[in-house]
Design a protein around this ligand. Structure first.
Ligand code: SF4
Length: 104
């Protein structure tokens, strides 16, 4: 089995090029982890992949990049579905503040 990091992978897999600040970070937790781990096919696999990302020093940047570029798989400790939901929530305008009724 070939061990590669998803952020160090030069296959055409990612939808957009991985930023060098992610792919070259020496302390990223997925360094040396098999890429397949980040494309799980079960809930247990999702948990295992997210566990790798826990505490990764580039987790936030990784998640933001994956959200912005529509990546598949686990990035920044999140699933694609979580990133899509977060993206939609960010585009929904905040509700108008509720004003208390004033007695006449
Ligand atoms: S957050 Fe996860 S996928 Fe992103 S660089 Fe860190 S370990 Fe890799």
């Amino acid at each position: 089995m070939v061990e590669r990091s998803p952020v160090f992978d030069d296959d055409p897999g990612p939808v957009a090029p991985v930023p060098v600040e992610l792919s070259s970070h020496p302390a990223r937790h997925c360094l040396g982890v098999d890429t397949e781990v980040f494309f799980p096919v079960s809930e247990l696999g999702v948990l295992q992949a997210r566990l790798v990302c826990t505490g990764c020093p580039v987790r936030v940047a990784c998640r933001e990049w994956a959200t912005a570029t529509g990546q598949y798989g686990i990035w920044g400790g999140t699933t694609r579905e979580q990133r899509i939901a977060h993206r939609h929530a960010a585009t929904i305008p905040a509700p108008e503040p509720v004003r208390p009724a004033v007695a006449a």
